[in-house]
Every structure is written in structure tokens, then in C-alpha cells.
Design a protein around this ligand. Structure first.
Ligand code: PMP
Length: 311
């Protein structure tokens, strides 16, 4: 198998050559921001679709802005870097993509640039795990008055990492973090929904959550496709325990049912009916099987025109 190719500052290089300096601010201070995207292969249309590419690029630009990195990336360049990476690797399967912007200079904490950009995509199927046993972490979610939770700054991820490591040591699959107000925030790489008496509830974007693209997609799909009412409001910890259903959502996790929290069984302890339905709807949407939501998909090969035959 040939080594996969990585987009690095405008050129495609073999993975082993996509390196950054040990003394870069990215390594020393965690001065980097990133996006995690997925692209799904459709056998029916023989096409690879990137899910909500424009929205991911928009969030990366917000991350760059909030961390005050000095760059000249345009939206078109950032969109193109993802498509170029997928085309160069000729993927015809589901992939996960990581787009990272980082300060490559060897500088002090207040160094603003230059900023490098790398895009790496690897094959990754839909999540195979059926459900998770969660706990409420004793680690508190970072708050907007210390770090910016709503963006994908790599440094934020030490918070989720500590919680995840602790949860696994304690015998759980994943933690749910409360914020500094004691309200439910999110899991390390996913947002959270509960279902109670047929209504879906999820913490608001002011609950120190990442502004999740999957969460926003589900808020829309619940209303338009599933006919389920959604309420975005603060959730107490104890509302988790008495919910009929709980699930996590995110690009990598997709829709992940939570069947117990702190060893208390949620609902019947199996995947709930609403979760099951939203999972199916989501998987149809991301593969382009729902006409209405094709607008969320960017085709990788049609975008590059007749070269498709040359793959
Ligand atoms: N929260 C955190 C901390 C995350 O890292 C992610 C994954 N990006 C999510 C939530 C879900 O966000 P999205 O739906 O945009 O992938």
C-alpha cells in the first residue's frame, strides 16, 4: 500500500514528511486549531461526499480569529485543501479528515504567526460501537472566561483528555462533563441530547460546549424530518438520570446511545426508539440519500470534473 498523502502548506507530501518543528509554538504551547470532518462514500452515486464542508471551514476561521493567529487563508483555499487531499488519495470509502492550522514559528506565547496548514484524511467507517456506559466526570468543563470552549483549539482538549482517561480508569466508556455552573455541558468529543416524554433536549451553545455541527444538524432534522420538538436549555445533572434516552453526537462519534450513567440504567438499558430513528435519518442524510439535505454535502470527484474517470 502506498503511503497516504497529506496537504501541507499547499503541496501534497507523503505522511512521513508532514512534520512540524519541535520548537514551534504549536508544540510548545498548544497553539493550534483544527477541524474534524467526515466524508462518506455512496455506492449508489459512486461519489464521496464531505459533510458540511463550508460550515467546518467557517468554524476553523472562527477558531483562527479567536486565537488571534495571523494568517491569509481564504475560505476557498481552506475548502480546496480538503478536496485536494481526498482527490490526491483517491478515496472511495468513508474517511475522517483532520484539518489543522498551527503556529509553526519558534516563538514566545504571544507569537501570532506564521501559521501552517495541514490536512490529513484516513479511512474510517461509521462507528461500530453500539452504545456507551458513561459517568459524570469530577473534572469540570473549561469555561468561556478561561478558554474558548466553543471553538476547536487543540489546547482545550487536555480538559476532555483528563476526563476521558479518568473515566476509562474507573471502568466507564466515556465521561459527561458539567460546566462551572454545575449544568450539563458535553462529552470530550461529542455533544449530548436527552429525550424525555417525546421531547429532545440539549444544552445551549452558552453551556461551554463546542459549537457542534452535528448538534446543529440534529436540531434541524428533529424538527423537519422527525417531527420531534427540540428544546435548547440548561440541563441539570439529575435530568440525565431520569431521561428516557440519552445520546451523544459528533462528527467522529456520529450518534452514540448512552445506556447507563454512573451505573444507573437509562430507559430500558437498550438503544431508545428516538435515538434509533435519528441514527437512521442521520446516516441517510450524510450519504446523500435525502434529497432535501444534499445541500449539506460537497461531492469530491464531481467537484473536480471529468478527472473522475482517471481515478
Ligand atoms: N464537543 C467537542 C469537544 C468536540 O471535540 C466535538 C467534535 N468536533 C464535538 C463536541 C462535536 O462537534 P461536531 O459535531 O462539530 O463534530
Amino acid at each position: 500500500m502506498t503511503e497516504r498523502r497529506v496537504f501541507l502548506n499547499g503541496v501534497m507530501v507523503p505522511y512521513g514528511e508532514a512534520r512540524i518543528p519541535v520548537q514551534s509554538c504549536a508544540v510548545k504551547f498548544g497553539a493550534s486549531v483544527f477541524e474534524g470532518l467526515r466524508a462518506y462514500w455512496s455506492d449508489a452515486t459512486e461519489e464521496l461526499y464531505v459533510f458540511r464542508l463550508e460550515d467546518h471551514v467557517g468554524r476553523l476561521l472562527s477558531s483562527l480569529r479567536l486565537t488571534r493567529m495571523q494568517h491569509e487563508f481564504t475560505r476557498e483555499f481552506l475548502v480546496g485543501s480538503v478536496l485536494m487531499t481526498l482527490q490526491a488519495n483517491r478515496y472511495r470509502e468513508d474517511v475522517h479528515i483532520r484539518q489543522t492550522a498551527y503556529i509553526e514559528a519558534d516563538g514566545e506565547v504571544d507569537t501570532l504567526g506564521p501559521v501552517g496548514i495541514a490536512v490529513d484524511a484516513r479511512p474510517r467507517r461509521m462507528t461500530s460501537k453500539d452504545s456507551v456506559a458513561a459517568c459524570v466526570s469530577s473534572w469540570c468543563r473549561i469555561s468561556d472566561h478561561s478558554m474558548p470552549p466553543r471553538i476547536k483549539a487543540s489546547a482545550n482538549y487536555q480538559n476532555g483528555r483528563l476526563a476521558m482517561v479518568q473515566a476509562k480508569l474507573d471502568g466507564y466508556d466515556c465521561p459527561l462533563l458539567l460546566n462551572s455552573q454545575g449544568k450539563v455541558s458535553e462529552a470530550p468529543g461529542a455533544c449530548c441530547f436527552i429525550v424525555r416524554e417525546g421531547v429532545a433536549l440539549t444544552p445551549p451553545v452558552t453551556a461551554d460546549i463546542l459549537e457542534s455541527i452535528t448538534r446543529a444538524s440534529l436540531v434541524e432534522l428533529f424538527g423537519s424530518v422527525l417531527g420531534v420538538r427540540v428544546i435548547e436549555r440548561d440541563l441539570d445533572r439529575t435530568e440525565l438520570y431520569i431521561a428516557d434516552e440519552v445520546f451523544l453526537c459528533g462528527t467522529a462519534w456520529e450518534i452514540m446511545p448512552v445506556t447507563s450513567i454512573d451505573r444507573l440504567t437509562i430507559g430500558t438499558g437498550t438503544v431508545g426508539a428516538v435515538t434509533e430513528t435519528v441514527r437512521k435519518v442521520y446516516s441517510r442524510v450524510v450519504r446523500g440519500e435525502d434529497e432535501t439535505y444534499r445541500r449539506w454535502l460537497t461531492p469530491v470527484y464531481k467537484a473536480s470534473g471529468p478527472e473522475k474517470d482517471g481515478r
